[in-house]
Design a protein around this ligand. Structure first.
Ligand code: SF4
Length: 330
């Protein structure tokens, strides 16, 4: 009906396989070893998830030297450099590596290209934990490229031996523009063996592009330090949304955002539990946006096994879900 207020709900949205696995790893570690379990950095970049795990006994630290010797420590989904792994080992910590397997894949690429003496142009955001971990695999071979505009100033030792890799949670379009400019400067630039921007990041961007073209307003549920969530706001604006905002919680939605708005697009980043989206939908329904149409652009069914250290300990304890070998919720 013309003039009817409605919500376009993007799908896929929310939890990806790597986040699901990392969060369950902390929950299982707490159940199996007992609190406290230490976690280096936020296990995933979502304040709600971190707060809930803290209530269950997880203690989040910045570095391993804050953790008492002999304790269990979980490495976050964003991955760690070999220096961090070694520091944890030197301290006698029992590490559970919840690095997303798709981040580990990029680490392996970095190691391999460094071994073959390539200069690695790593497209990503300075200071992001994932970038620090990947660069830490081959610090002498990695040059960070933060944006298309930085390409003009990049210097390489040998323009015949350069490869680009990337952070997993970037804007696909912006990354392709960065690569285009890099290739203009370095025609011999090699591509990664497969996409580094992960399936979840790509799928969420494709879905919000479709929603954004019809939306007066897009609301992205996700935290400020969540790279893929922030990218969703940018992509929504690029693809036609008249306005787009990121919120951690529904309570952050401002009344004036809805002034004159007929169609609201809603999505969430890869580290966001669905309950937070449901709260947004409930508040929008209360504001008259009770009609919800899902815009689905892909099916996702990828799941990852729990970290091997945890699987081994749980198997010793005859934990059936661990023996099943999948990070499932039941
Ligand atoms: S966003 Fe992608 S790389 Fe990051 S945890 Fe999820 S699946 Fe893994």
């Amino acid at each position: 009906m013309l003039g009817q207020k409605r919500v376009l709900l993007a799908a896929p949205r929310g939890y990806c396989a790597g986040v699901d696995r990392a969060v369950i790893a902390v929950e299982k570690a707490l159940e199996h070893y007992g609190a406290p379990v230490y976690v280096r950095k936020q296990i995933v970049h979502n304040i709600h998830v971190v707060t809930e795990l803290e209530k269950k006994g997880a203690i989040f630290v910045d570095e391993v030297d804050e953790v008492p010797e002999g304790s269990h420590i979980v490495f976050s989904a964003h991955g760690v450099s070999p220096a961090v792994v070694n520091a944890a080992s030197d301290r006698g910590l029992l590490a559970i590596d919840a690095t997303c397997p798709l981040v580990t894949k990029v680490h392996r690429e970095a190691v391999r290209f460094a071994r073959d003496d390539f200069e690695i142009l790593l497209i990503g955001h300075e200071g992001h934990e994932e970038v620090e971990g990947t660069a830490g695999e081959a610090p002498d071979h990695v040059t960070l490229v933060g944006s298309p505009d930085e390409v003009a100033n990049i210097e390489v030792r040998d323009p015949e031996k350069v490869v680009w890799l990337s952070q997993t949670t970037l804007s696909v379009d912006e990354t392709m523009e960065t690569v285009r400019r890099l290739r203009e400067r370095f025609p011999q630039l090699q591509d990664p063996p497969s996409d580094d921007i992960c399936y979840a990041t790509q799928n969420r961007q494709v879905a919000i592009k479709k929603v954004a073209t019809d939306a007066d307003l897009v609301i992205v549920v996700g935290s400020a330090n969540s790279s893929n969530s922030v990218r969703l706001v940018e992509v929504a604006l690029e693809y036609g949304a008249k306005a787009a905002y990121r919120v951690d919680y529904s309570s952050e939605i401002r009344q004036e955002w809805l002034d004159g708005v007929q169609t609201v697009g809603v999505t969430s980043g890869a580290s966001v539990p669905e309950e937070l989206v449901r709260e947004v939908l409930q508040d929008l329904a209360d504001a008259g946006y009770g009609t919800v149409d899902e815009v689905k652009t892909a099916e996702e069914d990828l799941m990852f096994s729990l970290p091997k250290e945890l699987r081994k300990d749980l198997a010793g304890n005859r934990d059936e879900r661990a023996l099943g070998g999948r990070a499932t919720r039941d």
